[in-house]
Design a binder for this molecule. Structure first.
Ligand SMILES: [Zn+2]
Length: 99
């Protein structure tokens, strides 16, 4: 605390965040300096591209989920049809065995 006033706040970007304010292009964070304990505001650019990428991948995931559900329904229908076929098949076998 003695160096308060001439502290260069080194490593401030890794310090504890006590407040975050988000704006369109920037984020202003209030951090507590590890060395002097002073509250320092840091300005960071928001990574718009990363945000957009995340949004896109979320959309892609949603789309895949919908596609998978549709496919799963189709598979279920095919499975039902196979079960029906198997029943008919085994019924036929039983009849043949019975004869
Ligand atoms: Zn400091």
């Amino acid at each position: 605390m003695a160096e308060n006033g001439n502290c260069e706040h080194k490593g401030i970007m890794e310090s504890k965040v006590v407040e975050t304010r988000k704006f369109d292009q920037i984020v202003i964070r209030t951090r507590v300096c590890k060395k002097c304990g002073e509250r320092v505001r840091t300005v960071e650019l928001t990574d718009r591209n990363l945000e957009n990428e995340r949004r896109v991948s979320r959309q892609r995931l949603d789309k895949l989920t919908v596609e998978f559900k549709a496919e799963a329904q189709e598979i279920a229908q095919v499975m039902d049809a196979i079960k029906v076929l198997a029943k008919i098949g085994s019924a036929g076998d039983e009849k043949q065995r019975g004869d």
